[in-house]
Design a protein around this ligand. Structure first.
Ligand code: ATP
Ligand code: MG
Length: 585
């Protein structure tokens, strides 16, 4: 989103321009109903004056009929206008919601690490909800009310300059007061919305970790934090409402003055005969007519405050740009990939301590690298670098076809890259949807036969056969065992058919039967693919061609597995003697 102008006009232009026709129609209807509202009292004056002059029942009935008809037409116009404005509001906010969600999805992993899902929901949905009326009616209605105001004033001047002047003075000073309040309200609303986002972010996170919180006895602490967030929100709300109390009482003051002014000005004119009784009625009717729009305007100004506060926050979100950008788009070979780390160093943004230091290794197409290391030594980080969730702070990572053609990861488009790299992470995410969707990740072009075939390959066919609705069975986020989840993750990789597989083995132990199934599936998976396996089990290490042992982000040992195995002084041999499970698990 480019903010060449203010965020407000920019949003309006972006989301209302495609609905130009509707907006124009809405404006037309609002103005038509305004014209009718201004015309109606003229009819009443005719009615009163005709009655006073006793000018015949026909004329009275005619005026009454016309008055009634106009009122009905006015209501009909309002009905249609309301419908159209809702339509405009929903269309605009739905598009905005979509754009915002997409924007958030494109942001770096680092952004999502620092913003909880709850906070993002509040920003994508909560803030946008505040804008529904902003798009649909606020602007048109504010303009309409302003016109009504001006129209009434003009008509009052028409009736007598004294009356016009008196009411105008009251109206103009009230506009200044409203404007002054408006300026003070926006920051208060902004603070309130921020406090709400914090509260919901906190709630979302804690509800997610309910089991852990209960198990660790952190309930008291958590409740304490909840009180804190709720208190901050309450204080922010009170801050808003204190000013709002003045805003709410404003019309009472203003109309006290306006009626007083109208009395003072029209009384003498009536007694001197310059005004008829009908005209005096008309004047009070007009002053009364201003009351509705003034109340409305105040309410709308309050809504506008909220909308503006939300718009500022939405613009701020749009302004965040991903650090990791697509490259010019070199083609990623459609074959097993060669991998090269060339003096790669990396640290996470928020702390300066290096997680990976000067890491170099090479992997030929089709080879398997076994990656070992204690917990926290940087193994998962390495796979995140390959997937370009983060970029190295020094050095480069290259992929190639093994025949001399290679490129820096940063030269490729992320979608191409991620399409050719399959990743099985330590925690497999199972979505709350059908088995099919969980495997294809919502890719409708993959046929059911393909999915079944792949499940067969990873040894999950018996499991599938046991499901009531087959591929359409809904999976819950924790309805699978660790082993099953792992096998489903393998199946996902099979379907994507990548040239490089990164397998971050779950460190939890599997029972022997499941382990055997995982082994078989792994054999199939690694056929004609390059692989980096972050291993926690001996059996997995045994299929590696090369071994790399990481220690605090540095290479402790690197070489062909057979060679390290033959050397009894190598760290690898020692590890095998002690047992991998004991050291690393
Ligand atoms: P394990 O065997 O337990 O999975 P690992 O070798 O995969 O460990 P990493 O997840 O790569 O370890 O973490 C390496 C270091 O980087 C750790 O010290 C960890 O605290 C830190 N780290 C990991 N993720 C982040 C992050 N998003 N922000 C900041 N530091 C992180
Ligand atoms: Mg890890």
């Amino acid at each position: 989103m480019h903010t060449s102008s203010t965020p407000y006009t920019h949003l309006l232009r972006t989301y209302l321009a495609p609905q130009k026709g509707r907006v124009a129609l809405l404006a037309l209807l609002v103005f038509a109903s305004l014209a009718l509202a201004l015309w109606n009292p003229q009819l009443i004056r005719t009615f009163i004056d005709s009655a006073q002059e006793r000018s015949g029942l026909d004329k009275l009935l005619g005026a009454a009929a016309l008055f009634t008809t106009l009122t009905i037409v006015q209501q009909l116009i309002l009905l249609v206008a309301t419908y159209i404005s809702e339509l405009i509001g929903w269309t605009a906010t739905n598009r905005l919601r979509g754009d915002l969600a997409l924007h958030c999805l494109k942001l770096d992993l680092a952004f999502h690490k620092t913003h909880t899902p709850g906070e993002l929901i509040e920003r994508v949905d909560g803030d946008v909800n505040q804008l529904a009326r902003f798009f649909s009616q606020l602007v048109v209605q504010l303009a309409g009310n302003l016109l009504l105001f001006v129209g009434v004033l003009v008509l009052l001047w028409w009736e007598g300059w004294q009356i016009g002047l008196a009411v105008t003075l009251v109206a103009v000073s009230s506009i200044f007061v409203i404007e002054a309040l408006r300026r003070r309200m926006t920051p208060r609303w902004e603070r309130f919305r921020a406090a709400e986002a914090d509260l919901y972010g906190f709630l979302e996170e804690r509800l997610n970790g309910l089991e852990d919180i209960r198990a660790s006895g952190a309930v008291g602490y958590t409740m304490n934090r909840l009180y804190h967030f709720m208190r901050v929100r309450w204080l922010a709300m009170r801050h808003v409402m204190r000013l709002n109390a003045w805003v709410i009482s404003l019309p009472i003051w203003i109309f006290g003055f306006a009626y007083g002014a109208a009395h003072l000005a029209s009384g003498p004119l009536f007694y001197s005969g310059a005004l008829t009784l009908g005209s005096v009625y008309l004047i009070f009717y007009y002053v009364n007519l201003m009351e509705g729009p003034l109340w409305e305007t105040l309410r709308q100004v309050e809504e506008l405050q909220r909308a503006l506060a939300s718009i500022n926050r939405i613009a701020a979100l749009f302004a965040i740009q991903p650090q990791i950008q697509d490259g010019e788009g070199v083609s990623v070979p459609d074959a097993p990939l060669a991998v090269e780390f060339d003096h790669v160093s990396f640290h996470y943004e928020d702390d300066d301590e290096r997680v990976i230091t000067d890491l170099s290794f090479q992997l030929a197409p089709g080879q398997v690298l076994g990656l070992l290391g204690r917990t926290g030594s940087g193994k998962s980080t390495l796979s995140k670098l390959l997937y370009r969730f983060y970029d190295p702070t020094q050095g480069q990572i290259r992929l190639g076809d093994g025949n001399g053609h290679s490129f820096d990861l940063r030269q490729a488009r992320r979608a191409d890259l991620r399409g050719r790299i399959g990743m099985v992470t330590q925690e497999v995410q199972i979505f709350n949807t059908s088995v099919r969707n969980n495997l294809t990740l919502f890719d409708a072009t993959i046929s059911d036969a393909q999915v079944v075939d792949v499940l067969e390959q990873v040894g999950m066919k018996p499991w599938l056969d046991g499901l009531a609705d087959g591929l359409e069975t809904k999976l819950g986020s924790n309805s699978l065992s660790a082993g099953e989840a792992q096998l489903l993750a393998f199946a996902r990789v099979f379907l994507a058919d990548p040239g490089l597989v990164i397998l971050d083995e779950a460190s939890s132990r599997l029972d022997p039967a499941t382990e055997a199934r995982v082994e078989r599936a792994l054999n199939a998976l690694l056929q004609k693919r390059t692989a980096i396996i972050i291993a926690h089990r001996l059996s997995t290490v045994q299929r590696a061609d090369a071994i790399l042992i990481l220690e605090e982000g540095r290479v402790r040992e690197y070489g062909p597995r057979q060679q390290l195995l033959a050397d009894s002084t190598s760290r690898f041999s020692q590890l095998l003697q002690t047992g991998l499970e004991e050291v690393f698990a």
